[in-house]
Design a protein. Structure first.
Length: 465
């Protein structure tokens, strides 16, 4: 069986690159993926989308696209079963004869979070769980596209600096695509789960004695001197893949726009990608209105929040980042200008949350039966603040984007429940408020009576509530 008819005229999804700083348009970029004129980042655009009549004639009308994408759900071919490439009319095309590298990424569930909704003070709350991707984070949706372009360009090596999830994902896609990968990660600052993944998938894993921002600096020099393809989120093809999470979300919502989408912010590639998808879906007539896209950072890694609050978004002053949510321990986010643009275009906002708020929110999401990593939980913590401020109304529909799986960082979870996560830190006093959420394991003799007594204790406590 052929892939479900690519009925659209291929002219309509020819893509080019445009510099977000000076507007230069090109098809070829330097290995550091920065504009040769002004040093800014590129983004993909589709010249064939410019006018509606030719779009419709090319099979890119909204009704035709929605039907085509649904139809592909009946296909078993890799390109159709990928939750990214299923939306390939909105992606750059690979040249004939080049197949995507796919692990059947995307296709992630949308969960209801009733307990979290109650505690946040909203009537209903949904979570799009991007941690349910093949390597357990949202990075896979972008890696399938960018790694496929790396292979098409004939690169033997791909590389990234990472707080752990990009590296795990890149290592997997490089392995699947027959490429070598090199990973630069900050020593001692990423979770064991993520580190173990990149080892298992065969990456050359270098733990540098610096932080994420230091790893980025080193890698930028390496790519100038060695023929390696850069797979950080400065890579515009990564953001194209990542944007499909928003398309899939809207399809799951029957193309009804929610009032709010809330995402964590680190290097700010993901918020940029999701925002780009929202704007493009509006442009193509797939949705009638835009949700407000808001970005939440940890207080200890808040350069974007500060940029907007202190400098009106005109400049970004890097900070020395520190947070237990190691995935977003980033002080100098590369894609801040792109993220700023989409927040402004969608009328979203930014907020920051404390370490205690993050830990508490993560446990609340867990208590709804959904595991996520600490960085993902900033979304719920942020939502609570946005409800208190009146930015999110109780009756608004809101989707949290959970970016990583709960098993990415079990050490955080174990320490939280044992009560020693914040031991010896400046948060130790404040962390007392978390006691009621902690569920330390109970050590008992191998004895029926002991187990029954424990159950009875919990029963009594539950009925006393
Ligand atoms: N959530 C998780 C679980 C992440 O791993 C990251 C980023 C983010 C949120 C923030 O997304 O950077 O696009 O704003 N992780 C990167 C990495 C930096 O190297 O794995 P962002």
């Amino acid at each position: 069986m052929n892939p479900v008819a690519d009925k659209t005229n291929t002219e309509s999804h020819v893509s080019r690159l445009c510099c977000i700083g000076c507007g230069a348009i090109t098809d070829h970029v330097e290995q550091n993926l920065r504009c040769g004129n002004c040093g800014d980042l590129f983004e993909v655009f589709y010249p064939g989308w410019a006018d509606e009549a030719s779009r419709t004639a090319a099979g890119m009308g909204p009704a035709a696209l929605k039907q085509l994408w649904l139809l592909r759900r009946c296909s078993f071919l890799p390109i159709d079963t990928s939750g990214v490439w299923r939306f390939r009319e909105m992606l750059p095309s690979l040249k004939p004869g080049h197949d995507p590298i796919t692990l059947r990424e995307g296709n992630t569930p949308l969960y209801e979070l009733p307990g979290c909704a109650r505690s946040a003070g909203v009537n209903a709350l949904l979570a799009k769980h991007q941690g349910m991707n093949p390597t357990a984070s949202f990075k896979d949706t972008g890696m399938t596209t960018a790694a496929s372009f790396a292979r098409q360009e004939g690169f033997r090596w791909v590389a990234c600096a990472s707080t752990g999830n990009t590296s795990a994902s890149m290592a997997a896609y490089a392995a699947r695509g027959g490429m070598r990968s090199v990973v630069l990660i900050p020593e001692g600052k990423i979770s064991w789960g993520k580190l173990s993944q990149s080892l298992d998938y065969g990456a050359v894993t270098c733990q540098l004695r610096t932080d994420f921002d230091g790893c980025v600096k080193v890698l930028n020099e390496v790519v100038k001197r060695m023929p390696v393809y850069l797979l950080n989120s400065v890579n515009p093809y990564r953001l194209e893949g990542q944007k499909t999470a928003a398309i899939e979300l809207l399809e799951q919502l029957a193309w009804q726009t929610p009032d709010h989408i809330i995402v964590p912010g680190g290097n700010l590639g993901n918020s940029s990608a999701l925002g780009k998808a929202l704007l493009e879906m509006k442009e193509l007539g797939l949705i009638a209105s835009l949700p407000k896209l808001s970005v939440i950072q940890a207080e200890g890694a808040n350069p974007f929040v500060r940029s907007i609050r202190e400098h009106g978004g005109k400049t970004l002053a890097p900070v020395e980042a520190d947070t237990f949510a190691t995935a977003i321990r980033i002080g100098n986010p590369a894609s801040w200008k792109k993220a700023l643009r989409v927040i402004q275009a969608t009328k979203g906002t930014v907020e920051q949350v404390s370490e205690i708020e993050i830990a508490s929110a993560k446990a609340e999401i867990g208590a709804d039966g959904v595991g996520c990593e600490p960085a993902s939980a900033v979304t719920l913590a942020g939502l609570k603040k946005l409800v208190k401020q009146g930015f999110v109304k109780p009756g608004d529909s809101t989707v949290l984007v959970l970016t990583g799986h709960g098993l990415k960082d079990p050490e955080f979870t174990l320490k939280f429940h044992r009560g020693d996560l914040f031991e010896g830190t400046r948060y130790e006093q404040d962390a007392r408020v978390l006691a009621s959420q902690q569920r330390a394991p109970i050590v008992l003799d191998a004895n029926v009576g002991a187990v029954i007594r424990t159950l009875e204790q919990f029963d009594r406590a539950d009925s006393g509530r």
